[in-house]
Write a protein that binds this ligand. Structure first.
Ligand SMILES: [Zn+2]
Length: 466
């Protein structure tokens, strides 16, 4: 991607607005501090939205037998056992938490105790908690993972949940999602990313699943790295859009986003087994000269190749997993013809030898809608974004095929190649396209209206909620 360039007049105006906002004292999160002698890369995180602080619960560690926590200032520990625990801790204190039969056993100097749940809180909200040397704004909540797997992640051990204000959370998300050290000419795209990430986070909070946290800190939701990930330009873009979200007629808009669309975004019902949503319909992403706005992406074009036996061993794992996926509730539209046995009684759990594969149907823009795979066990029909999971590039990694927009070249019995375009599921905002649009002078509002047609920008406090 293009490196930093000179600021455009539009960017200069935007930066002047940001400076004015800072002078109006809109910035309320913690100021940069030093951890282990290193300066924090980000500036101050921005103020809460118009509706007041919105707290998020973000899972920042899981499946851990032990956790080490300290703080850049004075801090405290509170427990939830029958005899309520409260310890005042000094800046140099280190707390070791361990999982013991579903409780948290903590040791801090000569202090020891046990509680189902610990809350760690800096005395001054401008200080940071350090979890295994990673700095987090807000508070940390430690608990043992429920034995029944309520968290949905399986296994035992400790979970650490960061209780963090929405705008501070975004300061640790936006640089990891759109890239840090962006040029000032790309501010409109960074602002669009901030609005999209804010909308997504609030929508997840309202999903209300009772697992003890709202969001994962990785690509299961949005990648969140805390203070170390913050970046001054991203923080400024978050401040300039504080409290703004995207809404449709029914409430918050579904603001999925991805890296590179390849020239056209996808419609949601072609990607996942769900009903169509007019707010997530595919739109063209082409410049007036016909090239994709995301043409500069390193994943604008890509190629993967497998030997016949490599692909056969990948499919032995991914095809049964696909059948498990489509047979879950609500996926009947994809499950009905997912597998047709070659001989009576075969379940598809053991695909056996690969006989052939081909694209059976495509979407309007050209993504693979149905991939047909024939093995000794029978015929599999793999749909939408699941084609990326089934045709994994590497048997030893969890990496997916870059996109579902590809052509297959099959040399039966020898090798299979896929030549494709784009990276990601193709829904909603195309990040590389948005950056190019910003450099061409498009505003954040214009970028969002293009990728999410039918939505409008509203203050969070006034958003029509489901
Ligand atoms: Zn694009």
């Amino acid at each position: 991607m293009r490196g930093p360039g000179p600021a455009s007049p539009r960017a200069a105006v935007f930066l002047a607005m940001l400076a004015a906002a800072a002078m109006l004292n809109l910035v309320s999160c913690a100021a940069p501090k030093r951890v282990g002698g290193a300066a924090a890369p980000g500036g101050p995180a921005p103020a809460p939205g118009a509706g007041g602080p919105v707290l998020l619960r973000v899972l920042v560690a899981e499946d851990r037998p032990g956790l080490l926590v300290s703080c850049t200032g004075a801090w405290s520990l509170q427990g939830s056992s029958r005899e309520s625990v409260a310890l005042a801790l000094a800046p140099g204190d280190t707390l070791l938490a361990q999982d013991i039969a579903g409780d948290v056993l903590y040791t801090c100097g000569r202090q020891r105790g046990r509680s189902p749940h610990l809350v760690l809180r800096p005395q001054d909200p401008d200080d940071w908690l350090l979890l295994d040397d990673r700095a987090w704004r807000g508070e940390l909540s430690l608990m043992a993972k429920p034995a029944d797997g309520v968290s949905g992640t399986g296994g035992r051990g400790l979970m650490a949940i960061n209780m963090v204000e929405l705008e501070c959370y975004l300061a640790g998300v936006v640089p990891l999602e759109i890239g840090a050290r962006r040029s000032a000419t790309e501010l409109a795209a960074v602002a669009a990313q901030a609005i999209v990430a804010r909308t997504y986070a609030v929508a997840r909070r309202q999903a209300g699943r009772d697992r003890g946290f709202d969001l994962y800190a990785d690509d299961r939701d949005q990648v969140y790295g805390g203070v170390a990930s913050e970046d001054s330009l991203c923080t400024a873009a978050i401040a300039a859009t504080a409290g703004l979200v995207l809404a449709g007629a029914q409430g918050l808009a579904p603001t999925y986003y991805h890296s590179t669309c390849g020239g056209h975004t996808a419609a949601v019902a072609a990607v996942w087994p769900t009903v169509d949503d007019p707010l997530l319909r595919g739109v063209a992403d082409r410049r007036p000269d016909g090239l994709p706005w995301c043409a500069e992406s390193r994943y604008a074009q890509w190629r993967e190749q497998w030997t016949w036996s490599e692909l056969q061993s990948i499919l032995a794992r991914t095809l049964p997993a696909y059948l498990d996926y489509v047979r879950q509730p609500g996926r009947a539209a994809w499950a009905n013809d997912a597998f047709r046995p070659a001989v009576g009684g075969a379940t598809g759990r053991d695909p056996g030898a690969l006989i052939g594969l081909s694209v059976a149907a495509r979407t309007r823009e050209g993504r693979v809608a149905v991939l047909e795979i024939e093995t000794a066990a029978g015929h599999y029909r793999v749909r939408g974004d699941q084609t990326r999971r089934v045709l994994r590039p590497d048997p030893s990694s969890s990496r997916l095929l870059r996109s579902a927009w590809f052509e297959l070249e099959v040399a039966a019995g020898r090798q299979v190649s896929a030549a494709g375009r784009g990276w990601g599921h193709g829904l909603g905002l195309c990040q590389v396209g948005a950056l190019a649009r910003a450099r061409a002078g498009q505003s954040a509002a214009a970028i969002l209206t293009h990728y999410y047609p039918g939505t409008r920008l509203v203050p969070l406090a006034g958003a029509p909620l489901p």
